[in-house]
Structure formats: C-alpha cells, structure tokens
Ligand binder design. Structure first.
Ligand SMILES: [Zn+2]
Length: 228
C-alpha cells in the first residue's frame, strides 16, 4: 500500500471546507467525508468484488462496489468481496484521527498530539492529562467509476467498534484513575448520545458543531492549570 499523506489530506480539506468560516454541521460533515475519500483515493482500497465462476472460465470479471448476489456476466453465485476491508479500516481510521487532530489544533489551538510510544488505548492526547480515542469511518465512498458504495455501519454504529472503544477506556482507567477519556466519532447511534460511565468521560459526534464546542469546553476545563 502506498504511503498516505494524512496530514496533507487533513490540512487541504480543512482549508477547502472550513478555513476561517463559522463551524456548521454541513461543513464538518463535508470535511470529514472528504478526508476519508482523499485517503481512500490515495490508498486505492475501494470496495471491489470478483466472480470466481468467470475466473474459472478465463474471464476476469471484477468491479467496484459491494458484491452482487449473482454475477451479471455468467449468473454464477460464486461472487466474493475482494479483501480490501482490513486495509480500508486502517486507512480511514488514520484519516479520521488526523482530521480530528487538525480540527482541534487549527481551530481551537489545543495542544493535541498523537499518543506517544506503545500506548494503544487512545489516539490523541491533549497534554498527558487528557486522552481522546477516535473511532471514525465513512458511510459511503465514491469509486473511480463514479459509482457510490454504501458501507456497513460507520463509526460507533458498528458494535465491534463500540466494544473496542469500551475495552480501551477500561484499560486506560486502570492506569489513570482521574484523567478524562473522551471518545470522538463521526457516527454515534442514538443510544450512545450523552453516554457516560466511570471509564468514559464523554462521547462526541464531531460532525455536529454543538458537540465539537462541548468537547472543546470539557477539554479546556480539564487542562492542567485550569481552575475547577
Ligand atoms: Zn461471472
């Protein structure tokens, strides 16, 4: 897989979709969607399917998108998704983390940095006193043939992703009794809106301007040196 320029992608799309304008839900959504798309375009890990029936007959039938029930050429049901998912999950996860970090630093001048060392519980720190775990992935992608593929369960709407985030929060809490642990996503299902627990300080949908401001307020209040 090629080297993806995540920082450049975040900076370019931030200038294009947000810049100095007022934060709105639409602008935030366009910004994060564009960061996902740009990273996928650089990596090339689009959803693709292939027909094993056709390959057996010397024809390489493959196309962008989710696998159809039957091959449109030979009508074989032996059609399978090409395994781009794992690569795509990593690419969109990185793109989202970089996009969140760029928003926090460029717009709010927060000292948000990648988590150092071998810490796997969270992606971003705002000083060592605040942990932010990012869980983002796109709802749909534009393929090179201009078709659009709708993807399954973006962000925290995927139960595996939510379980992983909870496990990360619990691991973090074992070593940090008091520090806040925030979870940021582009897709938060209704039952997780406003969710808090002993491990999770808050969950924020970063595509909603009101939630971005709420996150920044909580981060600022938790920064060392702030009056309580
Ligand atoms: Zn076929």
């Amino acid at each position: 897989m090629p080297n993806i320029r995540y920082n450049d992608i975040a900076a370019a799309n931030y200038s294009r979709f947000i810049g100095r304008t007022l934060l709105t839900n639409d602008r935030l959504r366009h910004y994060f969607d564009a960061c996902f798309q740009s990273a996928i375009d650089e990596a090339g890990c689009y959803p693709v399917w292939a027909c094993v029936g056709c390959i057996g007959n010397g024809k390489a039938t493959a196309a962008f998108g989710n696998a159809p029930r039957r091959c449109p050429i030979c009508e074989s049901p032996k059609v399978f998704e090409v395994a781009t998912f794992q690569s795509r999950a990593s690419v969109v996860g990185n793109a989202f983390e970089r996009a969140v970090r760029h928003l926090l630093t460029a717009r709010f001048e927060l000292p948000a940095t990648p988590t150092p060392g071998n810490t796997h519980t969270h992606d971003i720190e705002v000083t060592s006193a605040i942990a932010i775990e990012t869980k983002g992935s796109p709802r749909r992608l534009l393929n090179p043939d201009q078709s659009i593929t709708t993807l399954q369960r973006p962000g925290l709407e995927r139960s595996d992703t939510w379980k992983k985030a909870q496990a990360n929060a619990a691991n973090y809490r074992r070593n940090n009794r008091r520090n806040p642990f925030f979870i940021v996503s582009n897709a938060v299902p209704p039952d997780l809106v406003g969710y808090r627990s002993d491990d999770i300080t808050g969950i924020f949908n970063i595509t909603q301007a009101g939630r971005v401001n709420a996150l920044v307020n909580e981060v600022n209040a938790a920064l060392p040196g702030q009056p309580n």
